[in-house]
Design a protein around this ligand. Structure first.
Ligand code: SF4
Length: 101
């Protein structure tokens, strides 16, 4: 749940996550799990979790979105990347949060 990247064991029952515990063999946390890590179960089961990709359909900041398919997402991303590749590939930068850039 954060950049510390603690090791976890996720316990399942009836195809659902029952609880998360720290992995005793992991060199970073050695079984310790903070409250935020234990709350990671909500990443799967929060009612606020997005269930499908969304596309902004209103003005930026208006909060208007429409559900779209994964095919539309991939086709859109492919088209954007294709345009950048043919225009100037140096215009592309990729970042994946915190220290994982
Ligand atoms: S258990 Fe806590 S400190 Fe470790 S990665 Fe998860 S949120 Fe970060």
């Amino acid at each position: 749940m954060c950049a510390c990247r603690c090791g976890i064991n996720v316990h399942m029952k009836d195809d659902k996550i029952r609880y998360i515990e720290g992995n005793r063999d992991h060199p970073v946390n050695r079984e310790v799990l903070c409250a935020k890590g234990a709350a990671g179960i909500m990443q799967q089961y929060s009612p606020a979790k997005l269930q499908t990709p969304l596309k902004r359909v209103g003005e930026r900041g208006s909060g208007e979105f429409a559900e779209i398919s994964w095919d539309e997402v991939l086709n859109t991303a492919t088209r954007w990347l294709h345009e950048i590749r043919h225009d100037d590939p140096k215009k592309l930068a990729f970042f994946t949060g915190r220290n994982q850039s």
